[in-house]
Design a protein around this ligand. Sequence first.
Ligand SMILES: *Cc1c(COP(=O)(O)O)cnc(C)c1O
Length: 403
Amino acid sequence: MSRKLKKTAEQPGRFGPYGGMFVPEILMEPLRELEREWRAAARDPKFRRELDGLLKQYVGRPTPLYHAARMSAALGPKIYLKREDLCHTGAHKINNSLAQCLLAKRMGKQRVIAETGAGQHGVATATCAALFGLECVVYMGKVDMERQALNVFRMKALGAEVVSVTAGQQTLKEAISEAMRDWVANVRHTHYVLGTAYGAHPYPEMVRDFQSVIGKEARRQILAQEGRLPTALVACVGGGSNSIGLFHAFMKDRGVGMIGVEAGGLGIRSGQHAARFAEGRVGVLQGTRTYVLQDDEGQIRLTHSVSAGLDYAAVGPEHAWLHDTERAEYSYITDDEAIDAFHKLARWEGILAALESIHAVAWVIKHARRRWTKKDVVIINLSGRGDKDVQQIAAWEAKHRKS
Ligand SMILES: *Cc1c(COP(=O)(O)O)cnc(C)c1O
């Protein structure tokens, strides 16, 4: 028994008992090749230089670490917002898409594919494919295409082909399955740009690496601006990339708390949510072993969130491990609380945040007074801007707040 556990721990891409490579045999070699190429690129000064140059000149990094003074005064602790919403295309997703497209070019692939839910990862990937002259196909559920017509237009304008996926719930989970099917068939000349710290190894670790620029900057910035490390970091958790990107550089700073916020949807008791750590159980989905929302037969449960980017039944495997080891803490925020926080942040700071990011803001609004005092410093990752969500918010309010 103990030997078996030891063996598990030695397998590549494991975070404790989580992660791994649960894929069809035909994808094992492409995944191994991807890992080799990524590790070689990471050691190559020319690749690093080109990536760093583009992150600066094209994406607009470093993003500011902004002291939210009016929000701080209202809530107690000194609150900073890491402004990923100011990245080109409006969210952190481009940090990862840019690096993976550059890697695809280095590997000699002429075609990239991606899955997308709300469309943010599709837009980021279509953008970077245009930048490097790569062919780009984005898989998107039919329902999501209707909900996110603006992002569909953006992807097409950028030269990408958007394929409507009509299987199952016609949303993100089915889009990932379709993208994997495409990859199996076209792997020789195609790279699959996965959009979050999820899926089979090496994706969770590779995407974390590409997003860890967020935390590296934030750590340097808070030391320069405050002369100390923060009390806590707070970020929303969909697949888990913006949160792990912020957390990673602080992992060894044991005094820095880490809080991941999931989508509580209509509340845990309603069953309509995407709070994997509230009700999920360990299972295997789309290449990885992690916490999954499933029924007693192991069927994947339907999920709900007002925020499309958090609306998924499983969570990145490293978060499962951080949860079990209690290095990070996980909580959730309901749709209602998120919409309230959207308006509060807009009035306090003049910032319209993405519905995903606002879950982290809402958690701080809800818990700051009980947890912290004026002496504490808190960093919230503002993963994206809210322009994409204004229609969704208007529709939500028309439906739920008729009064
Ligand atoms: C996609 C998205 C998320 C959720 O994905 P993670 O991988 O958990 O970061 C969060 N915020 C924004 C703005 C997004 O577009």
